[in-house]
Ligand binder design. Structure first.
Ligand SMILES: *Cc1c(COP(=O)(O)O)cnc(C)c1O
Length: 513
């Protein structure tokens, strides 16, 4: 059963309002007078030139206990995977193993500097080299570039690679990128940024791509197609081999959005499905944290001739020595400075090393079992429905619709999400994919045990029952959170600081009780 839950609510000022920059906190001096980093890579002025900071950083000094309480209070008004499940569909919000956090926090990793000589970081390069081999093996690709800092950046790199490939062959008419209407918004956005015109392919009633519609738009203007499989409905595109044959047959390429790899890793490979370019979200599939715990890493992989187009540098091995190869004859160049986001890449390396090939396959199977267990618990629950092939098994995620609830009570999927917060549960991904009205997109990954999945399903059932009894009370949610329901427009205002801080300011100014 869902449990009683109240979130702490502190009137917490900014740290600058608690401490002054003139007060002194605890500062432990280095044993060595000279900065070790400077010894390794030289003084900051030498490295950064005019960009080096000329004055002390303006941070307030606080007694240790005061600083600790400030940050602890802020975490008490927040929610994370340490507090409860975060079943955001498509985002693959796994538990981030603490062992990875501790390993990257060791000094031998923390104190590395990107300008260090390659000979002094051979261990790190070997780990990254192995990571690349493993990712290439998992996806059925030949090589991977670790450069892109996010999934969307990997997509942009992949789209630019496809564009350059066609142009190099004199195939300059190929200006159309096909994208299904169930795609993540970053797919058409990345393709458009790479200069393509987007052609939308509709989804059939069974939740897979409409092949007739695909056939109708394929032609000599087709540059390629961007697909995620399983798609965002959590349904496997089982005619993918036919899709690959059709697209390749007209001279186009296949791009695989690897954000949904979790349901199939170790079971089937994008390369074997016919894909030419793949991106992976290390911060999703391979358990590196997202966002605030990030940054991310969006490795991009390719096979065959497409390898030439991967962003550089690539990691090479010369007997026992590892080095970055910057040569770039046909490559698209760089997509960011230096080598990629090393910390999330290492966390992905630790995750794969800990699980091994068999463990990755088991994780995929467990994520699929978790989804289908949840679907079985939600069967026949009044207020929700399962659109697109309700009898079809789902893979890593499932998209429910709260359309019956809205029609019968006026309570929307957005209201359901707020009511979940009141029960100490994170809301699912909302109103996506766009082809499902009142969408609730749920993904437990392999992280959550059956008891949590049961609690989540029970909470959804309880909220629907409450909506039929007393819709206004659901519409008033959340009541138990530090920040109550905020004005949607105001909450998205560009000048927004954190919601908790804004509430603090408004109360202080007497504008909010
Ligand atoms: C998350 C996601 C992306 C984008 O990845 P980011 O790392 O957030 O940039 C692309 N496609 C799908 C299906 C996703 O879930």
């Amino acid at each position: 059963m869902p449990r009683e839950w109240r979130q702490a609510r502190w009137d917490e000022p900014l740290i600058h309002e608690i401490g002054s920059i003139n007060s002194q906190g605890l500062a432990i001096p280095f044993a060595d007078e000279d900065n070790i980093l400077e010894k390794i890579v030289g003084a900051p002025e030498k490295q950064l030139g005019p960009l080096a900071r000329g004055e002390e950083l303006q941070l307030p000094g606080l007694p240790e206990n005061v600083a600790l309480r400030h940050f602890t209070r802020l975490t008490q008004m927040s929610y994370g995977v340490d507090t409860g499940p975060v079943p955001l569909g498509s985002c693959t919000m796994k538990y981030n193993p603490r062992i990875s956090e501790e390993l990257v926090a060791t000094m031998s990793i923390q104190w590395l500097h990107p300008y260090q000589d390659e000979d002094t970081v051979q261990g790190l390069l070997e780990a990254l080299w192995l990571l690349e081999r493993w990712l290439a093996e998992l996806t059925g690709m030949d090589r991977c570039s670790l450069q892109p800092p996010a999934g969307a950046a990997g997509e942009l790199a992949g789209a630019l690679m496809i564009r350059k490939y066609h142009i190099d062959r004199g195939d300059v008419e190929r200006v159309e990128m096909l994208v299904p209407d169930s795609a993540h918004g970053t797919n058409p956005a990345s393709a458009a940024m790479a200069g393509f015109r987007i052609v939308k392919i509709p989804t059939g009633s069974d939740g897979t791509m409409d092949l007739e519609a695909l056939r109708a738009v394929l032609g000599k203007r087709t540059a390629g197609i961007m697909l995620t499989n399983p798609n965002t409905l959590g349904i496997f595109e089982d005619r993918i081999l036919e899709v690959a044959e059709l697209v390749h047959g007209t001279g186009g390429l296949l791009y695989y959005d690897g954000a949904n790899l979790n349901g199939i890793m170790g079971i089937v490979r994008p390369g074997d499905m016919g894909f030419d370019v793949v991106h992976l979200n290390i911060h999703k599939t391979f358990a590196a944290p997202h966002g605030g715990g990030g940054p991310g890493a969006g490795v991009v992989c390719a096979k065959g001739e497409l390898v030439d187009y991967l962003p550089r540098p690539l990691l090479e091995r010369d007997s026992d020595r590892f080095y970055w190869d910057y040569s770039c004859e046909r490559c698209i160049g760089r997509v960011r400075a230096l080598y990629g986001n090393i910390v999330p890449l290492l966390k992905g390396f630790f995750y794969i090393a800990a699980l091994g090939g068999k463990g990755l396959r088991e994780a995929a199977l467990q994520s699929v079992i978790n989804t289908n267990y949840f679907v079985s618990l939600m069967k026949g629950v009044r207020g929700y429905e399962l659109p697109y092939g309700p009898e079809k098994p789902r893979k890593h995620e499932v998209v429910l619709s709260a359309l019956p609830l809205r029609r019968e009570t006026g309570v929307t999927a957005g209201d359901v999400a707020k009511a979940l917060l009141d029960r100490g549960l994170h809301a699912p991904t909302m109103y996506f994919p766009l082809i499902v009205e009142e969408a609730l997109m749920i993904e437990f990954t392999e992280t959550e045990p059956p008891s949590v999945i049961e609690e989540y399903a029970a909470a959804l059932r309880e909220i629907a029952e409450e909506a039929y009894r007393d819709p206004e009370s659901v519409k008033g949610a959340p009541m138990n959170t530090a920040v109550k329901r905020v004005d949607d427009v105001y909450a998205n205002h560009p000048r927004t600081v954190t919601p908790t801080y804004r509430v603090y300011r408004l109360r202080k100014e007497g504008k909010l009780s």
